[in-house]
Design a protein around this ligand. Structure first.
Ligand code: SF4
Length: 427
């Protein structure tokens, strides 16, 4: 079992986001993609590119009902949408930021410059070893480190085109969990180009004997790799379901200066950490001074809401050494400031070197509990619009394919035992 002794909700700030006051909204502009990722949430159902008018209506819906600071553009691969520049311009004209979630394959300098001119705030890249990538001639990618050159190429291109935010995501399963520290180390070593990383723990719906799925109308449906992109065979449960606490422990073990600032819990399980947000304070030499603490995150969220009437996401401003002013309120930053002073006193030239922040987020998607209920992210930030309603984007395909999110019924002791065992991993 992981050592989770220092991960305590009392030491973290519970992000104040809610259904109607949430800085993030999610729009899927296409279901077409140019590569394949294992466990992708999206099925290609033939919907293709969403019409521009519908996308504009969804943007206005999210602005009205979510009070968004930023819109995440996802898919499929959003770069493939022929009206992507107009979409970004429309978001900018409506006073919101835009971040594109991309696999990066279709990127080039000319397109990025045009997107920046339309107001694109940043890019969040999904580049990891669960993918089949054309850059590798579709050969199997053996480990995360193999992808670092490609990641860096994308990050440098983003900076060259004047876009302020480059973020990288990795899907974490039990096989690649040990590679998480190297991935973070790579990001820290390239902090001039990389603003943050997300570690998304692999989740899905298991095709498990004794676990039945049915729609709102009570119709039983078959869930397997042919009917839902995020369904997986029961055996795959052994590599899925790594809890966020375990990822946190892995990070903490290799980067003792790391600390999380804030979290979102679960809708059903009061012990869950569904979103765990942290910010390392570091420099260009890969030296870690410490991390933001909960007071800094609270101050940032509250002040932004007071001044702009909405919570903050995708900050454009780089704080640099100004972060140390938070030492007055935040004991974690105070610790980092002491480390920084000691580091600079050992060689005063270091006072002239910049200080940078590196975001490290952990996301643990839906968990099926032993009684068949589903523990989702409390006040889910990644909600999208489907047929006039807000739905969790990670389960959108259940609505698209079956007309509603599915309900689970556990009909055998064996299935209950397996779900119990997997749920206990993180406790
Ligand atoms: S519940 Fe929301 S935030 Fe959590 S994984 Fe699903 S879409 Fe993402």
């Amino acid at each position: 079992m992981a050592n989770t002794s220092t991960l305590d909700k009392g030491n973290l700030y519970r992000l104040p986001w809610s259904m109607n006051d949430n800085p993030i909204g999610w729009i899927e502009v296409t279901d077409i993609c140019n590569i394949h990722c294992e466990g992708c949430y999206r099925l290609i159902l033939g919907d293709g590119h969403k019409p521009l008018q519908q996308i504009k209506e969804e943007i206005l819906f999210l602005k009205k009902w979510r009070n968004c600071d930023g819109i995440s553009l996802a898919g499929g691969e959003p770069f493939l949408h022929p009206a992507i520049i107009e979409i970004i311009q429309f978001i900018t004209d409506n006073g919101m930021k835009s971040v594109m979630l991309t696999n990066g394959y279709a990127l080039n300098e000319e397109k990025l410059i045009n997107l920046r001119k339309a107001g694109l705030t940043g890019l969040s890249f999904h580049v990891d070893s669960t993918q089949t990538r054309p850059e590798f001639n579709k050969e199997k990618i053996e480990n995360e480190a193999q992808l670092n050159d490609l990641r860096l190429k994308f990050a440098k291109l983003v900076k060259k085109c004047g876009i302020s935010y480059a973020h990288f995501g990795m899907t974490v399963n039990r096989n690649n969990l040990v590679e998480v520290p190297d991935f973070i180390k790579w990001a820290i070593d390239n902090v001039d180009y990389v603003n943050g990383v997300s570690l998304i723990t692999y989740r899905g719906l298991p095709d498990l004997d004794g676990l039945e799925y049915c729609t709102d109308k009570g119709n039983n449906v078959s869930v397997n790799a042919n009917t839902l992109g995020y369904a997986f065979p029961a055996e795959t449960m052994n590599i899925a379901n790594v809890p966020s606490q375990e990822v946190y422990s892995m990070i903490k073990k290799h980067f003792p200066g790391y600390e999380a600032t804030s979290y979102l819990g679960g809708t059903m399980d009061h012990t869950s950490f569904k979103w765990l947000i942290g910010n390392l304070i570091t420099n260009n030499n890969g030296h870690i001074f410490g991390a933001y603490g909960k007071k800094t995150m609270e101050w940032v969220q509250v002040m932004h809401h007071i001044l702009k009437s909405k919570y903050l996401v995708y900050p454009r401003m780089k704080l640099g050494k100004n972060i140390f002013f938070m030492s007055f309120f935040d004991k974690e930053v105070r610790k980092a400031f002491k480390n920084y002073l000691l580091y600079c006193l050992a060689n005063p030239v270091r006072f002239f070197h910049p200080v940078k922040a590196m975001g490290v987020g952990v996301i643990q998607g839906p968990d099926i509990l032993p009684d068949g209920t589903v523990d989702m992210c409390d006040d889910c930030p990644d909600m999208c619009v489907h047929e006039g309603k807000l739905v969790n984007s990670c389960r959108l395909d259940e609505c698209r394919k079956f007309g509603s999110m599915l309900h689970m019924h556990v009909n055998s002791d064996n299935a209950r035992e397996i779900l119990t065992e997997h749920h206990q991993h993180g406790k």
